[in-house]
Write a protein that binds this ligand. Structure first.
Ligand code: PLP
Length: 465
């Protein structure tokens, strides 16, 4: 493709992208595609000879698009959002055009130094202590794995990396029953074994009970285990429960256990000073992660990982083969040693664009707007005769259910999502099938939330009749 052909196709694509953003509401939020339908429409073999861009793009709109769920639709209320924004998309276009591998300072000094600066901005924006140092990871799952591996290495004086697990040494990890599955995955990958993860009971708001943590650590010590790491969650995936960080931090500090804070979703709320009650006690944490790619208008993937002891992180991961020896680089960061992957995308660029485009106050404005819309929805549910809140909504996720029971709610959810007009998901809280409505899309306004409530009530009435 010549530069002139590229220019023409790119202009066409940008027009398509702008139209898509302006009219995404035309599409069903959740793809109605049946299993295997897209696969069956794709040729069995790769083309031997190159095809025209126009044909490829026509197949994108004809075959691929119907199989897409529209995460940027303003009536997307499912899971947690992965909201993007025009400045983030523009930055991604530049990142793709530059196509740089940003593994070492020398492979693109600007990528490293911009990452360093935007992570300092983020730290200040969410009021983390200045003693934390940040690095961008692909996902919170990876960041949590880094935390567990760093905890293992620090605790063993970096011996497991060298010689494997000493015979008879049993490490244990702690998290609540509501913790994200990435924690168990990290514990498995780190070689502790899934059974080493103690899943602690929660209180009536689904937050971890610090006393249970204290008791579990003491019990494990008595039995000869080495308590290694505890994960506290700010904003659990099921219901955005907030674990009591201060009390958990006190337990960890007193017992030498690494405290990792998973704020993958709700961390963005810390932009607003009135939400910082959630992070009270954060100074006791060893590591903290939140995802700008969930609720901070930044395209997937972009996960902000902060550590108190950057040396422990780098010592856990650094390996220097001959081909990566760059020499003479001086006092610079080489982010290849700050995590698992060697090759790294230039992710800092989109964060920089997003933060500069909105400004910190602009970002806060949208976060507050989402929380207010969700609180309004929660008020309607609480006042309804047919529906009820299953748990209080601390942020912008509302967990609710129709009073007619699990089967009714299951069928209601299916019918609502089939309508294509909105998308909700569910969870199970205390054995009860619960609908989740999360307000976090970039372009969700009061209108879509009102329409969602009207459709939910109307569909439930039809069912009940
Ligand atoms: N932690 C929590 C609390 C989450 O809600 C999620 C995803 O929803 C994750 C971790 C995993 O995030 P990621 O997809 O970035 O690995």
């Amino acid at each position: 493709m010549s530069p002139e052909e590229f220019r023409a196709h790119a202009h066409g694509l940008v027009d398509w992208m702008a139209d898509y953003m302006a009219s995404v509401e035309r599409y069903p939020v959740k793809s109605p595609s049946a299993p295997g339908e897209i696969l069956a429409a794709l040729p069995l073999h790769a083309p031997e000879t190159g095809e025209q861009f126009g044909d490829i793009f026509a197949d994108f709109t004809r075959t691929i698009l119907p199989g897409m769920t529209h995460w940027q639709h303003p009536s997307f209320f499912a899971y947690f959002p992965a909201n993007s924004s025009p400045p983030s998309v523009l930055a991604e276009m530049l990142t793709a055009t530059l196509g740089a591998q940003c593994m070492s300072w020398v492979t693109s000094p600007a990528a490293t130094e911009l990452e360093e600066r935007v992570m300092e901005w983020l730290r200040e924006m969410i009021a983390l202590p200045p003693s934390f140092t940040g690095v961008i990871q692909d996902t919170a799952s990876t960041a949590t794995l880094c935390a567990v591996l760093s905890a293992r290495e620090r605790s063993s004086n970096f011996a497991v990396n060298e010689g494997g697990f000493p015979p008879g040494r049993r490490f244990t990890a702690y998290a609540s029953t509501e913790t994200h599955s990435s924690v168990e995955r990290a514990v498995r990958i780190a070689g502790l074994g899934a059974a080493a993860l103690r899943k602690l009971p929660v209180d009536r708001n689904y937050a971890m009970q610090p006393e249970a943590l204290r008791e579990a650590i003491a019990r494990d010590r008595r039995e000869g285990c080495t308590p290694l790491v505890a994960v506290a969650t700010l904003g659990t995936t099921g219901s955005t429960a907030i674990d009591p960080l201060k009390a958990i931090g006190d337990v960890c500090r007193g017992s030498g256990v690494w405290l990792h804070v998973d704020a993958a979703y709700a961390g963005t709320a810390l932009l607003a000073p009135e939400m910082r009650w959630m992070s009270e006690g954060i100074e006791a944490a060893d590591s903290f992660v939140f995802n700008p790619h969930k609720w901070m208008f930044t395209n997937f993937d972009c996960s902000a990982y902060f550590v108190r002891d950057a040396d422990a992180l780098v010592r856990t991961f650094a390996i220097l083969p001959e081909y990566l020896k760059t020499g003479g680089a001086g006092d610079v960061k080489n982010y290849r040693d700050w995590g698992i992957q060697l090759g790294r995308r230039f992710r800092a660029l989109k964060l920089w664009f997003v933060i500069r485009h909105y400004g910190v106050e602009g970002l806060r404005h949208h976060i507050r707007r989402h929380v207010a819309l969700a609180q309004e929805f929660a008020g309607w549910v609480a006042a309804s005769a047919d529906f009820e809140l299953v748990v209080p909504a601390p942020l912008n996720l509302v967990c609710f259910a129709h009073r007619a029971g699990d089967d009714f709610n299951r069928r209601l959810l299916e019918r609502l999502n089939q309508s294509g007009k909105l998308y909700l998901t569910h969870t199970v809280l205390n054995g009860r099938y619960t609908l989740r409505l999360c307000v976090g899309q970039t372009h969700t306004e009061a209108e879509q939330v009102r329409q969602a409530w009207a459709l939910i009530q109307q569909t439930a009435k039809q069912f009940a009749a």
